[in-house]
Design a protein around this ligand. Structure first.
Ligand SMILES: Cc1cc2nc3c(=O)[nH]c(=O)nc-3n(C[C@H](O)[C@H](O)[C@H](O)COP(=O)(O)O)c2cc1C
Length: 344
């Protein structure tokens, strides 16, 4: 398998040169940031999200960030806002970069953090008018419970996304519609199925979690509030939901993984669980855009060593996931995992 073809992946109708997409967030809130992600080799960029509510943009000035270092693992803990720029102006700017990216088989997507159906429909129409090819609808931003009322909505009930996605799909026209799901639900497979039934072209999972961290010096909450929290520790949780969702939506429907990818091997883990691509962000905030090039090189080396293609990884582990009842019995195994005193 030649180096050029090994990393190619397919997300619906879109063929990408590799599976590493730079996810939405502050690093891609400017044209310069988007170009830097593409220059680092990202197959695409989900440009910083917008929504129709001014409160969500104003929240940006209240944003704050800290890196928590628990047991040596870096995890970003933050509250965030949305881009303050005029939506038509922002979409015009990213569409111009998307046209350049298309020539290299890459893309720049518009993204909306969902607040309400009418706003989502209107903004999808604006992205389409700007000539964008991919529209990501985030229905699960973690900040919903803390942001100003109405600024961000979170869909955890599978009954609603089908209708919402269908409405946005109608407005999206020829644009590929990707739906990004929440991390704050255990209903991911049902939500993914609802998104598929509503007409989504792909589903990305899962958003970060909400958390609160006591400061042991001041006894106050770190940053003063609850905040969104993700990390490499989240990866196995996402992998399980990818595998269960693949079962629910079928192997032919593209899934994407986000939350916890820090290396090329993590990209492989998400792919084995069913992801055709990944959206990475925190690692770019920790390490810079060079992290994207590093992860692509690591993934390529992993595939080359096994002489397999990325496409050949997708879903392989998911399709072998068994239930507890199907395991062989291991009498007394628990004894190896308790302190000596327990055994008397
Ligand atoms: C500071 C920050 C800002 C983010 N902003 C957005 C956003 O505007 N829209 C969105 O859909 N996701 C946003 N996300 C989520 C990321 O795109 C990504 O899905 C998530 O951080 C999990 O992936 P990671 O572990 O690689 O960071 C943001 C995440 C962080 C850390």
């Amino acid at each position: 398998m030649s180096g050029n073809n090994r990393l190619v992946t397919q997300v619906g109708r879109l063929t990408l040169p590799n599976p590493v997409i730079c996810g939405s967030g502050e690093p891609v809130m400017t044209e310069a940031g988007i170009r830097a992600a593409l220059a680092a080799g990202a197959a695409g960029v989900i440009a910083r999200s917008v929504n129709e509510r001014p409160e969500a943009a104003r929240q940006l000035d209240l944003a704050d960030y800290i890196t928590l270092d628990l047991e040596g693992a870096r995890s970003l803990f933050n509250r965030s806002g949305l881009i303050g720029r005029d939506t038509a102006d922002w979409f015009g700017a990213i569409a111009a970069i998307d046209r350049e990216a298309a020539a290299a088989g890459r893309f720049v997507a518009a993204s909306i953090v969902f607040a309400g159906v009418e706003g989502a429909v209107e903004i999808a129409g604006m992205a389409r008018a700007a000539g964008l090819r991919v529209f990501e609808l985030n229905v699960g931003a973690p900040h919903a419970s803390e942001a100003s009322p109405g600024a961000i909505s979170q869909e955890t009930d599978p009954a609603r996304p089908r209708e919402l996605v269908a409405r946005v799909k109608a407005a999206a026209g020829d644009m590929a519609l990707w739906v990004k799901l929440t991390g704050l639900s255990s209903n991911l497979p049902a939500l993914a199925l609802a998104a598929r039934e509503g007409g989504a072209d792909a589903v990305c999972m899962m958003g970060r979690f909400m958390a609160m961290m006591p400061d042991l010096e001041t006894f106050a909450p770190v940053l003063g509030t609850s905040a969104a929290y993700g990390g490499n520790w989240a990866l196995p949780i996402v992998c399980r939901f990818l595998a269960l969702s693949r079962r629910a939506v079928g192997a032919d429907f593209p899934l994407m993984g986000t939350n916890g990818v820090r290396s090329g091997l993590d990209v492989a883990r998400m792919a084995l669980s069913g992801a055709s691509a990944v959206e990475v962000l925190s690692i770019v905030m920790h390490e810079g855009f060079g992290a994207i090039a590093r992860m692509i090189a690591e993934l390529d080396a992993f595939l080359a060593a096994r002489d397999i293609s990325f496409a050949g990884l997708v879903g392989r582990t998911a399709d072998r996931l068994a239930g507890y009842g199907a395991q062989s019995v291991l009498p007394g195994r628990w004894r190896e995992f308790v302190p000596r005193e327990t055994l008397g």
